[in-house]
Design a protein around this ligand. Structure first.
Ligand code: ADP
Ligand code: MG
Length: 257
């Protein structure tokens, strides 16, 4: 059974004027001109999916803060809201209530152009599979993302990133012809090339054997070490969890404390 169930609504429905559940959210204390925001903040975040009469509450008051440069493993049973959480942080979807922040910015307050720039420049996503355009070469896959993020010498930078992860000789190969482990590392190389400050990986080693899992894990660690990226990795792997700075456990739409 998934995390879906009907609940009383303690939050204010978007657009309602009742204001019954006024947010208690306060901006953190500021120590000067530069407030010291975490890289990631979820505050009292709800996400409800509706299809016809059926409501699924995927997130129910999620609280999470991740410091800049942290590598956090997110664990939890299927259906507890892990992918939904990442989708909100990637600005691929909006919360039903609550606040999602990247650094000091509340994603709900960004306009469309700002959101597009945020997605292109600041967030890199690595899924369990299907991260690449299979008909493009490994190098072109990385270069496309670089161009979207506004980089000029995309092809050289893409090749450099491949070399960083021991994939230099795969640059011209069709991505669809690479092994699963190589494809995952190309996806991570793409995040590396973009120097993405925020890397969100959703079960990136789910389809890999132990050797390739280790390589992907090292690649994720490198993002943090060389570019100071903040990395959230959803995983069922004990090995990945042990390599993280911190393990966060989710159940039924919240982070366990
Ligand atoms: P996890 O990644 O932890 O397995 P998800 O975040 O994918 O969990 O899903 C959380 C809950 O929200 C599940 O009950 C799932 O069925 C539901 N859900 C996720 N996405 C949608 C959607 N687009 N429409 C309806 N329900 C959804
Ligand atoms: Mg998921």
């Amino acid at each position: 059974m998934s995390g879906a169930s009907a609940v009383e609504r303690p939050w204010r429905e978007p657009g309602s004027s009742s204001g019954a559940a006024k947010s208690l959210w306060r901006e953190p204390e500021r120590g000067g001109d530069e407030p010291d925001w975490p890289a990631v903040t979820f505050h009292d975040v709800f996400k409800i999916f509706r299809s016809g009469p059926v409501e699924t509450v995927a997130l129910r008051g999620l609280e999470l803060r991740v410091q800049s440069g942290e590598l956090v493993a997110v664990l939890g049973p299927s259906g507890c809201g892990k992918s939904t959480m990442l989708a909100l942080l990637a600005a691929l979807d909006e919360p039903s209530a609550g606040e999602v922040r990247a650094g000091s910015r509340s994603l709900q307050r960004l306009d469309d152009a700002e959101l597009a720039a945020y997605r292109a420049r600041e967030v890199a996503l690595v899924f369990q599979s299907d991260n690449l355009w299979p008909a493009l070469s490994a190098r072109e896959n990385i270069a496309v993302g670089l161009r979207l993020a506004g980089h000029g010498d995309a092809s050289d930078a893409a090749q450099d990133a491949l070399a960083t992860f021991g994939l230099a000789d795969r640059g011209a190969h069709r991505a669809g012809a690479l092994s699963g482990g190589e494809q995952q590392r190309v996806a991570i190389a793409a995040a590396f090339a973009r120097k993405a400050p925020l890397v969100l990986a959703d079960e990136p080693t789910g389809e890999l054997d132990a050797v390739n899992e280790q390589k992907v894990l090292e690649a994720l660690g490198r993002l943090r070490e060389e570019h100071g990226s903040t990395v959230l990795v959803v995983t069922h792997s004990g090995k990945v969890a042990r390599a993280a700075d911190r393990v966060v456990e989710m159940r039924d739409g919240v982070v366990l404390t």
